[in-house]
Design a protein around this ligand. Structure first.
Ligand SMILES: *Cc1c(COP(=O)(O)O)cnc(C)c1O
Length: 404
């Protein structure tokens, strides 16, 4: 007997669950790539990508994952020898920094640790120092998927302005675009990177680099950008093939089109963001109940700095690994591993897990994850406070106007 038989649920922070409608939209014969519906469809995808990010700039699309977007953003704006300041709140900003180093960019990291958001005062102080004029770009991650912190991008922008910082502000929204609010224009972000496989509900394979005129002037000033990564032909194409510097990701485009229609035209972006907020609060409510008198807790204490897309959970090692394995084997749910909170061979690594609640998720999915975790805690004899499901259910019960 196994309780895991039934539909498997991948509840990790990306890739996320692709809606059946998205998968069905991809399930078709090879389309004409010279003319016709596919070509017309791509012209409509770009403005819709802008709607998701509340942006009025350009969007270059790549066949690739988040790492492709990282590299594209770097090589269109910087050259070897340039300096950047990286604001790290977890593993992902550091990975982006490492990639910058591989293209010859000099990196300085301001590290805010694994449990706190970017401190704008420290950013301002660093950028007021006499040598700060050398920074060509500041790199930040809105939601670090390892720590589940959600940085307030608007207050980071205000710190850059207060220091009269003249360079680019580049933000990674790969984890949270379409889950946590993002306002590219209002928040003065010059470059933003995203992928299709998290909040945008499409199987991994497409990456997006958003940029404004200021960022494009940095591109213009570079002596060269390799033709594949160059964002210019992709955003002002002479022919359809230039959108992707070669063959378009035909089936992915149909999937993405369906996902954008679901998010923007059917549910509506505000409702999508509200849904994520309520479901995240249900997860937090359960964690608080389990944590009553025990070591179980959300990695990020202040609610205002927690992502609505992913939650990193802290437990006494090795309980997190045991719980994750129980939930997979016995309940058919895959939870995320701890990432970057401890070395893989450090026993402390087994004290972290992550719950993905991004994209195509609803109340029964999140309550199901919490219910399975609650059963696992009981089965494994892990000390936990009671009433977690009651608490999570109360959050869902008061939707659509949950307490803040
Ligand atoms: C997932 C993720 C990435 C990496 O994306 P890949 O598709 O795995 O290359 C980068 N940054 C953040 C914040 C992410 O969540």
């Amino acid at each position: 007997m196994s309780l895991a038989n039934g539909r498997h649920y991948l509840a990790i922070p990306g890739p996320s669950v692709a809606p059946d409608r998205v998968l069905q939209a991809m399930h078709r014969a090879a389309p004409n790539i010279y003319t016709g519906p596919l070509v017309d469809m791509v012209e409509g995808i770009v403005p819709d990508l802008n709607r998701v990010a509340r942006s009025s700039g350009k969007v270059a699309m790549y066949i690739g994952n988040g790492h492709a977007a990282w590299e594209a953003a770097l090589v269109n704006t910087l050259q070897a020898g340039d300096k950047v300041l990286v604001l790290a709140t977890g593993r992902f900003a550091k990975y982006w920094a490492l990639m910058a180093e591989t293209v010859g960019v000099e990196v300085e990291i301001l590290d805010f640790g694994n449990r706190a958001p970017i401190d704008p005062a420290r950013v301002e102080e660093r950028l007021r120092a006499p040598d700060a004029g050398a920074f060509r770009a500041v790199l930040a991650v809105q939601v670090d998927t390892a720590t589940s912190v959600r940085n307030d991008i608007s207050i980071v922008r205000a710190a850059l302005d207060a220091a009269r910082y003249p360079g680019l502000f580049m933000v990674d929204c790969i984890a949270c675009l379409g889950c946590d609010e993002f306002r590219m224009d209002d928040w003065g972000v010059d470059v933003m990177v995203a992928g299709c496989q998290k909040g945008l509900m499409t199987p991994p394979g497409m990456a997006f680099v958003y940029f404004n005129d200021k960022a494009d002037s940095f591109r213009q000033a570079l002596p060269r950008v390799s033709s594949y990564w160059d964002w210019r032909p992709r955003t002002t194409p002479d022919g359809f093939y230039q959108y992707f510097c070669g063959t378009a990701p035909t089936h992915h485009l149909y999937g993405l089109r369906e996902a954008l229609t679901m998010l923007l035209d059917e549910e509506g972006l505000d409702a999508v963001l509200d849904r994520h907020a309520v479901l995240a609060q249900a997860v937090w409510a359960a964690l608080e109940a389990w944590g009553e008198g025990t070591a179980i807790e959300s990695n990020i204490a202040p609610r205002g700095f927690r992502s609505h897309a992913v939650t990193t959970v802290r437990m006494t090692p090795p309980q997190a690994t045991e719980l994750r394995e129980w939930v997979t084997e016995t309940a058919g749910i895959t939870l995320g591993i701890g990432l970057g909170m401890a070395d893989d061979n450090d026993p402390a690594w087994h004290g972290f897990l992550r719950i993905g609640h991004m994209g195509h998720v609803n109340a029964h999915m999140v309550l199901g994850v919490l219910g399975a975790m609650d059963a696992g805690l009981k089965a494994l004899g892990i000390p936990h406070g009671g009433g977690a499901l009651e608490a999570a259910s109360r959050v869902c019960a008061v939707a659509p106007n949950p307490p803040a």
